[in-house]
Design a protein around this ligand. Sequence first.
Ligand code: ASP
Length: 327
Amino acid sequence: MGRWAIALHGGAGVDPNLPLQRQEEAKQLLTRCLNLAISALRSNHSAIDVVELVVRELETDPLFNSGRGSALSEKGTVEMEASIMDGPKRRYGAVSGLTTVKNPVSLARLVMEKSPHSYLAFSGAEEFARQQGVELMENEYFITQDNVGMLKLAKEANAILFDYRIPTTGLECCAAEADNPLMMNGLPINVYAPETVGCVVVDKEGRCAAATSTGGLMNKMSGRIGDSPIIGSGTYACKLCAVSCTGEGEAILRGTLARDVAAVMEYKGLGLQEAVNFVIKERLDDGGKAGLIAVSNKGEVAYGFNTNGMFRGCAAEDGFMEVGIWE
Ligand code: ASP
């Protein structure tokens, strides 16, 4: 019997001026999901079941950028994407361009288990969702008032929002936003930009699994696909480890971050945390900003990021538990 371990994230690139109340809400949600996963792992649930369970929970809560609360496209609609990967057999399922599916991660799992393919997108993915009978909602269900406000600011600033690109110099970390607003292209940014979610698990049998779910970037072009559904970029799992990424999708795609963690473990013999550090340092070019979480088949947990922070939670069978945002 091996030792189980879990890590989850609610996105990297946190605005340092994020109001303390939002920080607390995020930590509470991460803690709730961590506890859910711990009890499932203690009751011998498999890694693939646990990553789906956790990501569904995060998709259903509007706090982070997945399912309800997804970032909005330039058209003001949601186009959600998700992926899931089962390490032992390297089976994989992914979806993009969803507008009505309540829990995209579960549709990704159905693509893996019930279709002859690995990745379905836009109208074909929606059709598959209807055939499979998954829960569907009107597009409005996914759209929150916070995100409508954020999209307005993004449009006024003519920017696709990466909140990790907001200049932070001269600002007190976590200061109240009222007196000293964060500015972007001359406009105050006082709305919290939501972030992608992900989960990686190794169960008692040593099986690794990973899942990632997102609405993508605020004010993205319609049709844009990021790293989150792409095997080896936003998500990867094999016999050795499982990885889920967050951050600037275009940079994560160029660096094939998730697969590279596994590759340097396999080919360079690096340990899990060493592999994570290597990938964050060496594979993010052109100032790309990202973070990732990982577990190994030995029950280790690791994470790394080159942004201001990453919403995250980790736990392992030996009693280790951490929920944090900053370095
Ligand atoms: N990686 C996601 C994307 O580019 C965004 C995020 O992690 O928040 O779609």
